[in-house]
Design a protein around this ligand. Sequence first.
Ligand code: NIG
Ligand code: FE
Length: 394
Amino acid sequence: MADLFLTGIGHLTTNVGTPVIDAVVAVSDGRIVYAGTAADAPDQTGQRIDCEGRAVLPGFVDSHTHLVFAGDRSREFARRLAGESYLEIAEGGGGILATVTATRGTSEDELYRLATGRVWRMIRSGTTTVEIKSGYGLDLETELRLLRVARRIGETLPVTVRTTFLGAHTVPHEHISDRGGYLESVVAEMLPRAAPLSDYCDVFVEDGVFSVDEGRRVLTAAQALGLGARVHAEQLGHTGGAALAAEIGAVSADHLDHATEKDARALAEAGVVAGLVPGASYTLRSRQAPARALVEAGCTIALATDCNPGTSYFESMGPIISLAVVEAGLTVDEAITAATLGGARALQLDDRGVLAPGAFADLIVLDAPNPSHIPYRPGTNLVWRVVKEGVPVG
Ligand code: NIG
Ligand code: FE
């Protein structure tokens, strides 16, 4: 017996086969029991949401965020618009390190309060699963604080959380003349303590940040502890992060603005999800990732906000889908799939990102007749209802 029905669905995106027109979804115990035509639907006695012709699709899976932080970098944003580069500002002690200073000085409860505000705005914009990275502590105590906050969000808010340890985000001030020592502390001290709070480990592989060899050292140590690997790869230049991701069998390689066709083939062959974060390219006014080459190589594409105070202060997936379509060249269907099923693949969640019997009933109803309205109307939050594991939110 189902306990929730969505009826009168004008356009249903299941991510299994083609969209269904005039559809019903039935939910029992938080999972989908039926998603298909109204004509074949089971009896609808129970709680009902009449969608009155609106579109329904899986909730967004935002597979790359840095949303636990304190402070903001709006002045840095203005400096970049006036001509300074991201790396110049970072080399002068701004950038990631400015957020590290603000975050270290903020209590766990206050970080939770700040992050909760962001996550509620994400949920109201249709996100039902989110990946959250550490990386603004860069010492043992603060990195663990960020991961605990991330886990607590998943326990207290109607959203599924996957966590990622990003101790190798950059070298902190106190180790600036001792990078070897910092890397050693990431591998030998932080990683074993962070592992019980983490699903994944990530490294920012970039000239001037961490090299391919340093990334390999951290990520293979993480894999030995049972964590999946992710890589910030080819964001500001071509450094070899994508090839590293393929070599070590990472779960995803993200950014990829400077990835080549060879990288695209290597990622596809190794089954590494290509994580696109077009909000970062937009904010930095840099090039977008070669989305068409990645699709044509056969990569699974995931779209994410990369929510962070430096390069991509986006909380909603809607504008990200719009950027992916208008600026990066995905088709509307590819972008919607990447923001839902692709994100679920990037987080290895088989029962999210699809609306089919057995999957979790994480879904959104749009106040629009079909999902093309998401990129077509980028300034409007079109989410009318959010259902998380069968429970209407709010
Ligand atoms: O994904 N590239 C590295 N990390 C973030 C930026 C972090 C920051 O600037 O605070 C990113 O763009
Ligand atoms: Fe990032």
